[in-house]
Design a protein around this ligand. Structure first.
Ligand code: SF4
Ligand code: SF4
Length: 597
């Protein structure tokens, strides 16, 4: 039926599909609608892109964005759509040791960050799965990308999938400049915090100021030789007390160096790692644009020529899989549960829009660095295939994390038999949860970069890059008591036999538990023993623990019971160790790599 509507233009198709994003509650129907418009959209794009390959990829990317938008605003735990932003560390290592970073010499045991470089085999597995549907790829998270000699090859491969590519580098190392520029890299952020060697070296420990300048000059030279404005060079200057007096000097130097932009920025605090390095106060962030020829015709032509010269991706099935998977979707993950889901209007964008992989193939839930207390590794790419039910972005932890926000009832059923260590870190995260809104500047840059923005109406641009929904809210006051009780974390979870812990003024030992949906009638149980519980708020309870319960070694089941509603929570384990095996809890560090994302 839809196939007859070939008189429609691209903007009308985007608007029609978007209307269904909000109004079609049956996901299966929505997917068949998407399939029906695939061919029409691809044919219309032929008027703009000569290459069939580019038309197929752009179609796939637009439709994936719309399916992801549907699944994001409806908070689906299992995703058919794939994330549009890819973040990959070509190397987990760095040649510098900046304070606050996982590579700081003081932080060796504070983070779980395994050194090593990304192999081509692992990267191919990742890019074949996520490249066709994505729009941009950042080759940096917690490592120095140019430490891996394969990085230009990775970039070149990413360009075949029509991705916008970016690296952030300290530029304080030797690399092949021509190879980097001709890889097709679109954007380079250079971490250079100072206009003199002395101030630069205070924070960028181990960095070579002269080498950074030399590398910038060589890249600019090659850009001039090739008559291209790509890569865009952004000098990123983090302002601390020790370098704030050099901002004017940096502005002058930026013009001399002919970078495209100087970005003056306030860093994350790092004085928890090096007390002598403090953020400068009262400095306004600034962006100084130096090269105003960024969108010149030469540049656009260069990029079109580059794409045209690229060979087609050999295995076309990598993007056919995405459509074919629609047919089988009902078989997986109780998909009927996704019909008419009632959004809770709270989730985390990272669980939908980005996928993050380190150089060892670990799939992380977001850009934070894992610590002993913060397990952010949700899967490994080696377990992945391109089909959604084998997609590592749908690993059990990812699904549980999404479900925690969208469907706590189903979440509580799924975790009944699960150890607390199996729970996704997201349920403890707080702070970074968002409403159902994504306004994505990077997506806008992308659409501009592939010259699609100019052919889209204002409304279509908004549809693709600004996702927003304010669904009717259920009455929280009424439902609070009916929502499942979830035990999230116990503190301490390990104690020593006969040794008091969390000692209270009266000498009693005490535990705390992080929970969801507790009430004043909720009590903590230690095996069959009802503990004297204090309600702090619906997310936190404490209880006094009689000495007799921890006088001998053993493992004990901790759970919650709500006498007002009869609800019982999942259980966690508290271990009482032998006296010789004292537990020494490590402090949690937030970490701060001061490079842009
Ligand atoms: S902040 Fe960047 S340059 Fe510094 S150690 Fe970390 S990854 Fe390396
Ligand atoms: S909820 Fe927190 S831990 Fe989970 S993806 Fe979002 S920011 Fe990361």
């Amino acid at each position: 039926m839809y196939m007859q509507n070939n008189a429609l233009n691209i903007n009308q198709i985007i608007e029609i599909i978007d209307e269904r994003v909000y109004n079609e509650s049956k996901f299966i129907k929505f997917l068949s609608f998407i399939s029906a418009y695939h061919e029409i959209l691809e044919n219309l794009l032929k008027a703009y892109f000569k290459s069939k390959h580019i038309c197929s990829l752009v179609t796939l990317k637009i439709l994936n964005l719309l399916v992801l938008k549907y699944q994001f605003i409806r908070q689906h735990p299992f995703l058919i759509a794939k994330p549009f932003g890819l973040i990959v560390d070509p190397s987990n290592g760095c040649n510098l040791h900046c304070p606050g970073c996982v590579h700081s010499k003081n932080n060796k045991n504070k983070f779980i960050w395994t050194p090593g470089n990304l192999t081509k085999e692992t990267y191919i597995k990742f890019i074949e799965n996520y490249g066709p549907t994505a729009t941009d790829i950042f080759f940096y998270n917690w490592g120095e990308p140019l430490l891996n000699k394969l990085t230009p090859i990775f970039i070149k491969i990413a360009k075949k999938y029509l991705l916008r590519t970016a690296i952030s580098s300290n530029f304080s190392l030797d690399f092949n400049h021509e190879e980097l520029v001709t890889s097709g890299i679109d954007y380079i952020t250079i971490a250079l915090d100072g206009a003199t060697k002395t101030s630069y070296s205070k924070y960028r420990k181990g960095g070579n100021f002269e080498l950074v300048l030399e590398n910038i000059k060589k890249i600019v030279e090659i850009k001039n030789k090739l008559k291209t404005n790509k890569p865009y060079l952004q000098w990123r200057f983090l302002v601390f007390e020790h370098n704030m007096h050099e901002i004017d000097l940096a502005k002058k130097l930026a013009y001399d160096l002919k970078v495209d932009e100087l970005k003056i920025e306030t860093p994350f605090p790092v004085n928890w790692d090096d007390p002598s390095i403090n953020i400068a106060k009262d400095i306004k962030p600034e962006q100084i644009f130096i090269n105003t020829q960024i969108n010149s015709d030469i540049n656009t032509k260069y990029r079109y020529d580059y794409w045209s010269e690229m060979s087609e991706i050999e295995n076309k099935s990598v993007y056919n899989d995405w459509y074919e998977s629609f047919q089988d979707i009902e078989k997986y993950d109780n998909f009927e549960n996704y019909q008419d889901m009632k959004p809770t209007n709270s989730t985390c964008q990272w669980l939908y829009k980005n996928i993050v992989m380190d150089a060892k193939g670990n799939i992380l839930t977001c850009c934070m660095a894992p610590t002993p207390e913060r397990d952010l590794v949700f899967s490994n790419i080696t377990y992945s295939t391109s089909l959604p039910f084998k997609n590592v972005f749908n690993s059990k932890k990812f699904r549980l994390a999404r479900k925690f926000y969208s469907d706590i009832y189903s979440f509580s059923e799924d975790i009944k038999e699960l150890d607390l260590n199996g729970l996704p870190y997201c349920i403890k995260c707080g702070g970074m949860n968002n409403t159902l809104t994504i306004t994505n500047q990077i997506l806008k840059y992308y659409l501009e970069d592939i010259s699609l923005f100019s052919m889209l109406s204002d409304n279509s641009r908004k549809i693709l890059t600004e996702w927003d929904w304010n669904p009717p809210q259920f009455d929280k006051a009424d439902n609070q008591k009916l929502r499942p009780l979830i035990l999230i974390e116990i503190g301490p979870s390990k104690v020593t036999a006969g040794k008091d812990f969390n000692t209270q003024p009266n000498g009693d030992s005490a535990i705390w538990v992080k929970v969801a949906n507790a009430t004043e009638n909720t009590v903590i149980f230690w095996d069959d023993n009802h503990l004297q519980t204090t309600f702090k708020n619906s997310n936190l309870l404490t209880a006094v623990v009689p000495k007799s319960l921890y006088s001998t070694p053993g493992k004990h089941k901790i759970f919650l019971f709500d006498s007002g509603t009869g609800r019982k929570s999942n259980a966690g384990l508290l271990t009482v160790n032998e006296k010789t095996n004292d537990y020494d809890p490590r402090k949690e560090y937030s970490g701060s790599r001061n490079d842009d994302l």
